[in-house]
Design a protein around this ligand. Structure first.
Ligand code: NAP
Length: 292
């Protein structure tokens, strides 16, 4: 299939590589075109504009945030200026409002739109082990569906309102952040009592907490893998802000969200933009007088 892929960051480059490996004809666009060099060497082609990348059956976007996705979609030579015979599959973690706006814009343009945010870090993207949460009209989903198996281990279809997939993704990221905070606090307690945090994790994950979220993030906390960032703290903060915006609009109180959002804000202030979002653990440990 001829596929466009836009956004070759930590996640997108790995996803585009897997689509290429699966035998698709992949056309790339990235703001910094040099990031496409490697994939072009492996057989992909480089488009001069997002609209050119959309001369395909399906065009995937995996961009940092609302601003990036807006620029690529609505900007001059953006996706919505392309011929309409394509389906836009949006994997970025963006706002519910932008997903609604894109769904309406694509409907007006005559192109298809699927929101398909993903769970999984760059290593999972590289191994085609992402979880994909997809929503959109059946006619658009039918084109996107066969591609999900090339980039992920499982996909979930939520319904025909694209932004509901974004709401699920934001809910999930809020849960991940709260697990990181609670794990870090538990590790601080254990370490203050002379218990190795690896031992604590071994017991937790071997008993009641054997879920991937505890094994993956617990393992990263044990090895203190704060840099280089697989998922940078400013992107995590963007997600907590988007979750807070959605909660505000729906008048849903989320006190734990408020707490972890402040933790992440403080982490970015203290540590800079290059730390992984699991860097909030450093605050819990410093507050407990632990010099890790
Ligand atoms: P990243 O490494 O920071 O890559 C961001 C991408 O967005 C790059 O291609 C960047 O282009 C592009 N971009 C940023 N601002 C832009 C703009 N104004 N106009 C055009 N392009 C722009 O981010 P990532 O870690 O791959 O994450 C991508 C998305 O996936 C985010 O929404 C994130 O929340 C979500 N996500 C990430 C993870 C993870 O663990 N990393 C997991 C699940 C979901 P340049 O190369 O030119 O800068």
């Amino acid at each position: 299939m001829r596929i466009g892929f836009i956004g070759l960051g930590n996640m997108g480059a790995a996803m585009a590589r897997n689509l290429l490996k699966a035998g698709h004809d992949v056309v790339l666009w990235n703001r910094n075109a040099a990031k496409a060099d490697d994939l072009v060497g492996q057989g992909a082609t480089l488009a001069a504009t997002p609209a050119e990348a959309a001369q395909a059956e399906v065009v995937h976007t995996m961009l940092a945030d609302d601003r990036a996705l807006e620029a690529v979609s609505f900007g001059e030579q953006g996706l919505l200026s392309a011929q309409p015979d394509f389906v836009h599959v949006s994997h970025s973690t963006v706002s519910v409002k932008l997903a609604d706006r894109l769904a309406a814009a694509h409907a007006g343009h005559g192109s298809g739109f699927v929101s398909a945010p993903v769970f999984g870090r760059p290593a999972a993207a590289a191994d085609a082990k992402l979880f994909i949460v997809a929503a959109g009209a059946e006619s658009a989903l039918a084109k996107a569906r066969p591609l999900f198996g090339d980039i992920g281990q499982r996909s979930f279809e939520i319904g025909d309102t694209p932004s509901q997939a974004n709401l699920i993704k934001l809910s999930g990221n809020f849960m991940i952040m709260s697990v990181i905070e609670s794990l870090a606090e538990a590790m601080a307690l254990a370490m203050r009592g002379g218990v190795d945090k690896a031992k604590l994790l071994e017991v937790l994950t071997g008993t009641l907490f054997g879920a991937p979220i505890y094994t993956t993030y617990g393992g990263l906390l044990v090895t203190e893998s704060f840099r280089p960032a697989g998922f940078a703290a400013p992107l995590g903060l963007k997600d907590m802000n988007l979750a807070a915006e959605a909660a505000g609009d729906a008048r849903v109180p989320m006190p734990i969200l408020s707490l972890v959002r402040d933790r992440l804000t403080a982490t970015v202030q203290r540590e800079g933009n290059d730390i992984d979002w699991l860097g909030i653990a450093k605050l819990a440990w410093a507050d407990a007088g632990l010099d890790t």
